[in-house]
Ligand binder design. Structure first.
Ligand SMILES: [Zn+2]
Length: 249
């Protein structure tokens, strides 16, 4: 006959053995191990989405700038590299580049003296500023297409034509021409924050395989590349031709 004796209660409390406890711990650990990569993937997806949004905002600011400045983009290189003052805005010193110009014209709200950087110019997937942690937080992590105002030596490349000095509305193939993208720190020295070919693009997203790219027509897309590729064999969208135009006009 069943009883509610102390003996029965004690046997029930002992039913959860050490082996079972270890098995439960093992199962929980396995589940965590399975979940962590998924969580990391979701976090990177979120960072890439925020980055794309910021690239879109900067792209919009740059295009609004053109409407305020005779339909021309701000220069992206300084006088030290063959750049001449275009003369359409004499109030701006020749040393200023696109970031400075957008700050000076208050498209971005930031104090130049503080060496601060507007949040909109940061990519959350940029860790320790790629190869140079000393620049972290002080330099833009997007680069604007250098061909909007290139050094003279770039313009001299055979068959290559820049967009410099051309009114925005008259630039052709806007859906395939790159305006800005995730960029490496090396191109950002002195605040140029430019890109000129695939080697200047920082493939920060999707495990080092992708970068956000804003095109001249305003659309932003996360573009993938197969890691390091030779300039002569670059897949679209990072093909050199997407950075400049081939002929006049
Ligand atoms: Zn990014």
């Amino acid at each position: 006959m069943p009883t509610f004796s102390g003996e029965t209660s004690r046997s029930r409390t002992r039913a959860f053995t050490l082996v079972e406890l270890l098995i439960v711990i093992l199962i929980v650990a396995t589940l965590i191990g399975l979940l962590l990569p998924a969580i990391a993937g979701a976090r990177e997806t979120a960072r890439a989405t925020i980055c794309a949004s910021r690239a879109s905002q900067v792209s919009t600011m740059l295009r609004i700038y053109t409407t305020d400045n005779k339909d021309l983009f701000p220069r992206v290189r300084d006088s030290a590299y063959g750049f001449a003052n275009p003369g359409w805005d004499p109030s701006i010193s020749v040393e200023k580049t696109w970031v400075d110009l957008l700050v000076q014209k208050e498209y971005f709200q930031v104090e130049l003296e503080s060496h601060g950087l507007p949040e909109v110019l940061k990519c959350l997937s940029a860790h320790g500023y790629d190869n140079d942690p000393s620049w972290a937080g002080s330099m833009p992590q997007f680069g604007v297409n250098v061909n909007l105002s290139p050094p003279k030596q770039l313009e001299a490349t055979a068959g290559r034509r820049s967009f410099f000095g051309r009114p925005f509305d008259y630039i052709g193939d806007q859906s395939s021409k790159i305006l800005l993208a995730d960029s490496k720190h090396i191109t950002n020295l002195r605040g140029w924050a430019t890109i000129g070919n695939v080697n200047w693009v920082a493939l920060r997203h999707s495990g080092g395989q992708a970068a956000n790219v804003a095109y001249l027509d305003g659309h932003v897309k996360i573009e993938r590349s197969a890691g390091t590729v030779a300039l002569t064999d670059v897949p679209t969208p990072f093909a050199a031709i997407n950075f400049w135009r081939q002929s006049t006009p």
